[in-house]
Design a protein around this ligand. Structure first.
Ligand code: BES
Ligand code: ZN
Length: 869
């Protein structure tokens, strides 16, 4: 049957939320027998099924060789079922069914890294979310079918590690040179949480006792030489387990928790029940090989996957449209966890930077969709910044509004009502509402609409009456597919500061939520409204959206001096940073003077470096070219942005003068006892080194070289390497060669070697050609591809120059080999329509030409959305 050729079937490939129907059969239990051989894998399954609803018995399956099918003991023949490339339908199935299915699959040639696949010579792993299980065997592969899994895994004894979810119940020999293990997972789960691993790996072991007294064996599996790099992850795991008990009352529910590290992984990590599978980049961490930022990421990803045990696994999604139910909530939870690990303000800054740098652009362009989409062709394309980051923000808004205690009452109610179920976003909001006693139903609007709202605010001070009035309006950009946009509830956290003394006013205003005294919270949920404060004795400086209390674009008519005031006097670190960002954006995009900003940071820095060096370093965050470009909706010229940004950086370097050298020399990360503080000092030193190099001071190169040679810390080594390479210092080639020699056997560090060169501002097509034809380049390892292509994309001038062909060629290649990654990387070109001519038409033509050369649902859907067709 030729599906693609039939336009009707093509149209039917779109799945709609409104068409959801309950499954026709439940699976009460499933036994799997997975026998891995070098040239094939045999999968035998036995499913005990019961009718729940009208409709056919439908099993989904892809790329499977069906060997036999037996229903209630009778072998079925081709006349008893319909089989196509996507599904197996059994006609007239009785209400009680025991199905035995035998299939053969080929993990050894699976390059898509979905289903069961070979991940290097000594390892086989699974990745089943969202729809990978159907590549292992025929199954009702949908998240609302929950079952108890028993898994027998068999392989050659050269693979000593045989893992699956749950408890080990049996092990033994299986003929010459082969052995098996049987695992049973007592918790009902959907197939996307199934995992199994076959391989030759070493293990780091530890244990944890839960608040309920359960002894849990903790195991992290990795190749032998990486075991010493698993300790940070292990600590983070134990920390996460405690954190979830303390903050959400959630204890772990099995006797073991296993994590397996592999470099062959499309994403960051996966929360399979009791058997997480991680990209090495999200589990291995060691100061010598790993940057500070990457160490922080490891800890947050460990927490994220652990937190899914309750938000995702114990309570899962009814269907994939509800993806943000588990991802948005779990990201919010891991963000909160990370706020406890480092400067909370900086964690918030980093999270908002991702939101504004990725989600806002996505939501203002052709790939815009609601956090809960209502249709898709390929669900893998919807693991987006909108689902994840905006989804997290919706939860954060509700949590902010409720406050700690009521939010906890709400989440308690959610776990009480829905443990063991597959639910929807409505169920989540209803449980929060019932548990807290606060009606949150209006927040559902956020889930169902696309676009970033604009919040326009205005302040009016009346000196005579000592009042300050704030007027709010919200605007939503019209969207052709969503004609009835409604006003959303926007929690506005705010403060007023006395412009003469710098002190924060106590707020008196009946309209504030919760009668907060100092930290005011106003819930703005109409198209337009005003509030008034009394007792404002001198002209106030208004600080809005403190801690970024809502994911909106704020438009408030600050003067540059007011922004400088906030850099110095705001007590909310996030808003200090936001003020600096707003000011820098004005200097960059609107030609404002830089000296107001420079004076403000010079005043602020000395105390801040003492208190929170990491936050201090963030005050120098000059928005990157990609972000600046994303703020421009038409006639975007990457070259102009680059010139403007370089001009600003040169001005800053010049005006900061000897401050850079003095600060660099005065700071020593070894003087810090806390990791987070030391990380701040390292960040600040690297910034100063960069500025020094920009001053044209060759001393900078000597200092960088010395830093490179003497340090044992990757943030310092890489920071120095970048300064030397990106400035074409005389030492550049020597340190690059040294870096390669040191780390050629450390894949993740070697990724950095590729990245530094690919992200050279003056990289050319030849640079990329050199890197991609290097013997260590590997199109089978997504991390390596991302190192080069992601590096290239750090410079929009390059992306929109020689990069266009690079991304198109890559999409063409990955369309066949690994379409999930192909579709993602192609998005580097999604803002083509904002470019100035003739670039705009050139890129458009190239993308249009690509449409005839790709065939995967992933790449086709992404490409069509990008082109608006
Ligand atoms: N459930 C996802 C993993 C996943 C992503 C499976 C896409 C299938 C398709 C996992 O919990 C996750 O969200 N991982 C993130 C990292 C996390 C810290 C946000 C990832 O892999 O990027
Ligand atoms: Zn997740």
């Amino acid at each position: 049957m030729n599906i693609a050729a039939n336009p009707v079937v093509q149209a039917e490939q779109t799945v709609y939320l409104k068409d959801y129907e309950k499954p026709s059969f439940s699976v009460d239990s499933v036994h799997l027998d997975i026998q891995v051989y070098t040239d094939q894998t045999k999968v035998n399954s036995s499913l005990v099924m019961k009718r729940q609803n009208v409709g056919d018995l439908v099993l989904l399956g892809r790329d499977l060789e069906l060997i036999s099918l037996t229903l209630n003991g009778t072998r079925l023949s081709a006349a008893d079922y319909q089989l196509d490339s996507e599904q197996l339908i059994i006609n007239n199935a009785p209400d009680d069914v025991i199905l035995n299915i035998e299939v053969i699959i080929h993990p050894e040639s699976n390059t898509q890294l979905e289903g069961l696949y070979q991940a290097g010579s000594d390892l086989f792993v699974t990745q089943n979310e969202p729809e990978g299980f159907r590549k292992i065997t025929f199954y009702p592969d949908r998240p609302d079918v929950l079952s108890v899994f028993t898994t027998r895994v068999e392989a050659d004894t050269q693979f000593p590690v045989l893992l699956a979810n749950g408890n080990l119940i049996e092990a033994g020999e299986a003929g010459t040179g082969r052995h098996y293990k049987i695992w049973q997972d007592p918790t009902k789960k959907p197939a996307y949480l199934f995992a199994c691993v076959v391989g030759d790996l070493a293990v780091l072991k530890d244990q944890y006792v839960t608040s309920e007294g359960r002894h849990v064996a903790l195991e992290i599996y990795a190749v032998e030489k990486d075991i010493p790099k698993c300790h940070i992850a292990m600590q983070a795991l134990k920390h996460s387990m405690r954190w979830d008990e303390e903050h959400y009352g959630r204890a772990y529910d099995l006797d073991n928790y296993m994590i397996v590290a592999t470099s062959a992984f499309n994403m960051g990590a996966m929360e399979n029940k009791g058997l997480n599978i991680f990209n090495t980049s999200c589990v291995l961490a060691d100061e010598e090989f790993t940057t500070d930022a990457a160490i922080m990421r490891v800890q947050s990803v460990i927490a994220h996957e652990y937190f899914h045990n309750w938000t995702g696994n114990r309570i899962t999604c009814r269907d994939w449209f509800q993806l943000c139910l588990k991802e948005g909530l779990t990201v919010f939870r891991d963000q909160s966890f990370s706020e406890d690990l480092q400067s909370a303000a900086v964690q918030r800054i980093d999270d908002v930077a991702v939101l504004k740098g990725h989600q806002f652009p996505e939501d203002s362009g052709p790939l815009s969709h609601p956090p809960r989409p209502d249709h898709f062709v390929e669900i893998n394309n919807f693991y987006t910044a909108t689902v994840y980051e905006k989804g997290a923000e919706i939860n954060r808004m509700m949590a902010t509004l409720l406050g700690k205690e009521k939010f906890r009452q709400g989440t308690d109610e959610y776990f009480k009502r829905h443990d063991g179920q597959a639910v929807t976003v409505e169920d989540w909001v209803a449980a929060l509402t019932a548990g807290s006693g606060v009606d949150l139903s209006k927040f559902l609007i956020w889930y169902n609409q696309p676009g970033t709202p604009k919040l326009e605010a205005q302040g009016e001070y009346n000196a005579e009456q000592q009042t300050c009035r704030l007027n709010f309006k919200q605007f939503l950009k019209a969207h052709p597919k969503y004609p009835n946009l409604q006003a959303v509830p926007i929690p506005v956290a705010l403060a007023l500061f006395n412009s003469e003394t710098g002190e924060q006013y106590s707020l008196q205003c009946a309209a504030l939520f919760e009668n907060a005294v100092k930290d005011g919270l106003y819930l703005f949920d109409q198209d337009e409204a005003s509030i008034e404060f009394s007792g404002i004795t001198a002209k106030p400086v208004v600080s809005l959206l403190r801690n970024f209390s809502a994911p909106v674009n704020l438009d408030f008519n600050y003067s540059d001096e007011e922004l400088a005031f906030l850099i110095q006097y705001e007590t909310n670190g996030f808003n200090q940073w936001q003020a600096a960002q707003t000011l820098l954006e004005r200097i960059l995009l609107n030609g404002h003077e830089a000296h107001v900003y420079i004076a403000a940071i010079k005043n602020t820095l000395p105390q801040l470096v003492e208190k929170d060096p990491l936050l201090a370093s963030r005050l120098f965050d000059v928005p990157n070219e990609g972000y600046l470009g994303s703020r421009i909706d038409q006639d975007y010229s990457p070259v102009t942005i680059q010139e403007q940004r370089n001009a600003l950086l040169n001005t800053l370097a010049r005006e900061l003068g000897s401050f850079c050298k003095d600060t660099y020399l005065a700071l020593d990360p070894l003087m810090q006892t806390e990791f987070s503080q030391a990380m701040g000092v390292r960040a600040l030193k690297n910034i100063m080194l960069n500025m020094l190099a920009r001053q044209g001071n060759t001393l900078a190169f000597d200092l960088a070289e010395e830093q490179y040679i003497t340090t044992g810390n990757m943030s310092e080594r890489l920071g120095a390497l970048k300064v030397l390479v990106w400035n074409d210092a005389p030492q550049a080639q020597a340190v690059l060669a040294d870096f390669y020699d040191r780390f050629k056997d450390e894949a993740l560090a070697l990724d950095q070697w590729f990245m530094v060169q690919a992200s050279h501002p003056k990289a050319t097509a030849a640079t990329i050609e050199y890197l991609t034809s290097h013997p260590d380049y590997d199109l089978g390892t997504p991390n390596r591809i991302r190192a080069v292509s992601g590096g290239l994309n750090a410079n929009p001038v390059n992306t929109w120059g020689f990069g266009v062909q690079h991304f198109i060629d890559l999409a063409k290649y990955l369309d066949k080999k690994n379409p999930i990654v192909g579709a993602r990387l192609l998005q580097a070109l999604s803002r083509w329509y904002t470019l100035a001519e003739p670039q705009r038409t050139e890129v458009k033509n190239a993308l249009e030409a690509l449409t005839t050369e790709v065939s995967s649902k992933n790449v086709v859907e992404t490409l069509k959305s990008m082109l608006g067709i």
